[in-house]
Design a protein around this ligand. Structure first.
Ligand code: G6P
Length: 610
């Protein structure tokens, strides 16, 4: 998730680009940069930090350019520093590119380009693309064709803008998987990753579709498919206001992020899942793979929602790899003088990569000689830098304080690690393939659940005045229950507890009466019947049951007051799917109670104090 904006026209592009980047900063904010064509030369100005740091760098320089592109980065490959900031350029500094997305086959392309004499200077996947375009430009008549030809060789996702000083009046834009919208003005045209950067200038827009490439000048635009077929695009009118656009038309960031999950899970899997081999490829773990394969024990440490993902990870890792796994709150781990043996590997999970307790736990583990692996969202964050190796979850910026898409992406990455280690430790290929197929189907299954939204909203309306909630699940759906309860308390301020369903009879059952809503996560898995018995126990005490159950489960209808249907998933990965309705239930209850879901009281997105 990066912000992209481009301008070509009669006005000075610089203030337009800067203002556009400021509007897009919510999409990523670890570095920013511009490429401009001024007096026939191509210049690039870029800086780690926020857009305001770029503005400081520009200072009083008298920049005046009628064509430029701007980028605000949310790093996926390579630390967020000045060098890795976009735009990137080719060997001769004639072409500049900005990119949002992930080029999956960048390592293969890099080897080939270096062999052909290209000098690659940064750790980004984007720079590879500009060198590939440079290569194609040698045989193509124009930039538009060169970009098109280059994209035929690229696997992955992109929204790109490319300019060249040899064709100083053109911006070439292309999209696959990462949005781009063209804004049409009078003697000017703009293009951006979302309409927020355009609305001050025009409301006439054209949305690029996947596989389309456009060439913009001040007075025209042409669109083709990457296979060279011309397409006539429909001009549309934006009717949203600015705030709605930033939230993608959703009322809150949290709701937007819930709905982004098919895409964020896909991004976590992108280029990593080898479906036919039934395994995963995780480049970030390569330096420690030998240690990991031989691990005697895995300890996972984290806080909050990330700790719940760690608990789900325990179930998957132990089942698929046979390695014993312990999960510890980072705040406890750091102070309990933990025993670390040779052969122990510590996984550290953090969305922000900055949580103080998790960072301290990481340092404690490393000081005792453990190999530490990070599972982090924010690239270049402290935890990402201090771990020995790691896997970024690539969920994109999470703005809502209550974590949603980071949770499902953390589990997705833990699934990939489990699959990789499992195959190395004897999991047969056919089983690996079955798991890989199941993982690949997760985005589609998650998307299907959004069809239940209005039903969940009705349930929320019925229970909005509840004072307490209990969430119950077994196996890896026990941590799902914990996460469901946490979401509800975080944003609606209703007291909620998660328990393993069978543990209820050892205490919480005393709380059950006709006023107690009980959410059961009850997929049709090996312990389904056992959970049904627990439901009977609640029903006998007049508790009100909301069940998250599989689409084809009819037995559940006679036991539950409300059933939220979810697609069937292989049980280890079930929490990814089953947590979606719990996020929506918490969201709709909080809204019905008039709470501020994006900024709940007393909480912070990143807790950098003890
Ligand atoms: C805070 C946030 C939680 C988050 C936890 C851990 O408490 O409010 O949503 O789960 O920190 O954050 P991390 O960035 O380390 O995953």
């Amino acid at each position: 998730m990066c912000g992209i904006v481009g301008y070509v026209g009669s006005r000075n592009s610089v203030p337009i680009l800067i203002e556009g980047l400021q509007r897009l900063e919510y999409r990523g904010y670890d570095s920013a940069g511009l490429a401009l064509i001024q007096d026939g030369s191509l210049m690039v100005i870029k800086k780690a930090g926020k857009v305001v740091d770029l503005v400081d760098l520009i200072g009083d320089a008298n920049l005046c350019s009628h064509l430029g592109i701007g980028h605000t980065r949310w790093a996926t490959h390579g630390e967020p520093n000045d060098l890795n900031a976009h735009p990137h350029w080719d060997c001769n500094k004639e072409i500049a590119i900005i990119h949002n997305g992930i080029i999956e086959n960048y390592a293969t392309l890099k080897t080939k380009l270096e062999h052909d004499g290209h000098r690659i200077l940064t750790a980004t996947d984007t720079e590879i693309l500009v060198h590939l375009i440079e290569e194609m430009y040698k045989r193509a008549d124009d930039l538009f064709t060169a970009v098109r030809l280059a994209l035929l060789e690229v696997e992955g996702a992109y929204g790109i803008l490319v300019i060249s000083k040899r064709e100083p009046d053109k911006i070439v834009a292309a999209r696959k998987g990462s949005p781009l919208v063209i804004g049409l003005g009078e003697n000017e045209n703009l293009v951006a990753s979302d309409a927020a950067a355009l609305v001050d200038h025009t409301r006439q827009v054209v949305y690029l579709e996947d596989g389309e490439v456009a060439c913009l000048t001040a007075s025209s635009f042409v669109t083709k498919t990457i296979h060279d077929q011309e397409i006539i695009k429909q001009v549309e009118e934006i009717s949203f206001d600015l705030e709605q656009i930033e939230k993608g038309g959703y009322e809150h960031f949290m709701l937007k992020e819930i709905h982004e999950q098919p895409e964020s899970i896909r991004n976590s899997l992108r280029g990593r899942l080898l479906v036919h081999d039934g395994t995963a490829k995780l480049g970030g773990l390569e330096p420690v793979l030998d240690t990991l394969y031989k691990a005697q024990r895995i300890i996972i440490t984290a806080c909050g929602t990330s700790w719940h993902a760690a608990l789900v990870g325990k179930y998957m890792l132990e089942q698929l790899t046979g390695i014993p796994v312990e999960v510890d709150y980072a705040s406890e781990f750091r102070y309990r003088n933990p025993v670390i043996n040779p052969g122990d590997v510590v996984f550290v999970i953090s969305q922000s990569g900055e949580t103080a307790d998790t960072l301290a736990a990481l340092r404690e583990a490393k000081s005792k000689g453990a190999t530490a692996i990070g599972i982090v969202n924010v690239v270049g964050s402290t935890i990402a830098r201090e771990t020995d190796a790691g896997v970024y979850i690539h969920a994109g910026p999470e703005i809502g304080v209550a974590s949603t898409k980071a949770f499902t992406s953390q589990i997705t990455v833990l699934s990939l690690i489990s699959l990789l280690l499992g195959r190395n430790r004897g999991l047969p290929q056919d089983q690996g393939c079955k798991l890989a197929n199941d993982l690949q189907s997760l985005p589609e299954k998650v998307a299907k659940i959004f069809g239940e939204a209005s039903h969940i909203q009705d349930i929320a309306e019925e229970f909005k005045h509840a004072q307490n909630f209990i969430y119950l699940g077994r196996g890896s759906n026990f941590p799902t229950a914990l996460e469901g309860a946490l979401k509800l308390k975080e944003i609606s301020y209703i007291h909620a507890e998660g328990y393993p369903a069978a543990e209820m009879k050892h205490g919480p059952i005393a709380l059950i009466d006709e006023n107690m809503p009980v959410v059961f996560i009850v997929p049709k898995d090996a312990i389904y019947e056992k959970v049904l018995s627990n439901m009977q126990e609640v029903r006998a005490r007049k508790g009100r049951i909301i069940a998250v159950a599989n689409e084809d489960d009819r037995e559940i209808d006679s036991l539950a007051d409300h059933v939220i249907r979810v697609p069937r998933t292989y049980s280890y990965f079930g929490p990814v799917v089953n947590s979606i309705p719990l996020q929506l239930l918490a969201y709709y209850i909080a809204i019905a109670r008039g709470c501020n879901v994006d900024q709940p009281r007393n909480l912070a997105k990143s807790v950098t104090v003890e």
